[in-house]
Design a binder for this molecule. Structure first.
Ligand code: A3P
Length: 307
């Protein structure tokens, strides 16, 4: 019994020590992340360890979070978690504790910045407080796009998933409009497009300067300037170049050209044709979103060309 307790205490100490080593490495920018990461020799590989993220892409769902993560992973000073972790928004994951969360992170070299993305964090009420409890200095990336277009994309994804499982689904207009023709403010996908509400919760826990807003529509048009902004925010050396992207006419989007390795586009679930939404319903949606959008612009100190 006594031995079990001693063993458990030792394990806990070991885990804590490892966590603080990772955090210390992240905060002391010595050596500079990109330069350190360039040292991809056998010794460096042996030094690889799993660290808590120094930056998290918190949303928005369907905003371009996968594209942002993949593009950021082009930077040699960044190690990204490929799969969405859903730690701060799912109880069954959160219950497993920080040790479990860290185990979901990729192996990283000393000085590399670990990044994970889970778009579900943005609208999850408990996520801001939980993220802060993990690390009050973590940097947050929020990629937004026109919230009306985001809603249609959100619906299209759910429709696609349900079709795949052979489940029926109602047309978008039936979900978005009430029988009297007014917008149904309770529709989940619409709720997720009320950016100001969700951002408000994050701003209660984090200073504005710790949240970098990426323009998802601009990222589609030309990824490089947005990525340069992210590098600056994360204090990474400028290593991502315009030559890391090329426009793929078949896909209709920019794809990635890593310095070493295969060129690649995002999978077919990203950038697929949207479900139809009639002009009248779209007009109502845009009118409904006008005020929430304005409040979001005030919060971030920036205006977006949304409908
Ligand atoms: P659509 O499928 O509605 O076009 P997320 O990764 O957060 O789910 O976001 C998906 C969205 O990323 C896609 O929405 C697409 O518009 C956008 N996106 C941005 N850059 C992209 C790229 N280079 N390739 C594919 N999709 C991209």
């Amino acid at each position: 019994m006594l031995w079990t307790l001693i063993l458990a205490a030792l394990l806990l100490l070991l885990l804590q020590a490892q966590l603080s080593v990772c955090l210390r490495e992240l905060r002391s920018a010595v050596p500079a992340p990109a330069d350190a990461a360039a040292t991809t020799n056998a010794t460096a590989t042996a030094n690889a360890t799993q660290c808590l993220p120094g930056a998290i892409i918190i949303g928005v769902r369907k905003g371009g979070t996968r594209a942002l993560l993949e593009m950021l992973s082009l930077h040699p000073g960044v190690a990204v978690a490929k799969a969405e972790v859903h730690y701060f928004n799912l109880e069954e994951h959160y219950r497993r504790g920080l040790g479990w969360y860290r185990a979901q992170m990729p192996a990283s070299l000393p000085g590399q910045l670990t990044v994970e993305k889970t778009p579900g964090y943005f609208a999850a009420p408990l996520a801001p407080g939980r993220v802060r409890a993990m690390d009050g200095a973590v940097r947050l990336l929020l990629i937004v796009r026109d919230p009306a277009e985001r809603l249609v994309s959100d619906y299209t994804q759910v429709l696609h998933n349900r079709r795949q499982r052979g489940k029926p689904y109602r047309p978008l207009e039936e979900l978005l409009l009430r029988p009297d023709g007014a917008i149904d403010a309770g529709y989940k996908a619409l709720q997720r497009s009320l950016y100001h509400q969700h951002l408000g919760r994050w701003l209660q826990r984090f200073p504005r300067g710790q949240i970098h807003v990426v323009d998802g529509d601009a990222l589609v048009r030309d990824p490089f300037p947005e990525l340069r902004g992210v590098e600056r925010f994360l204090e990474l050396s400028p290593r991502i170049a315009p030559s890391n992207f090329y426009f793929n006419a078949t896909k209709g989007f920019y794809c990635l050209l890593p310095n070493a390795g295969q060129e690649r586009c995002l999978d077919e679930s990203k950038g697929r044709p949207h479900a139809p939404l009639g002009a009248n319903a779209r007009r109502k949606l845009c009118r409904f979103l006008r005020r929430p959008n304005r409040r979001f612009f005030e919060m971030v100190g920036r205006v977006f060309a949304w409908c």
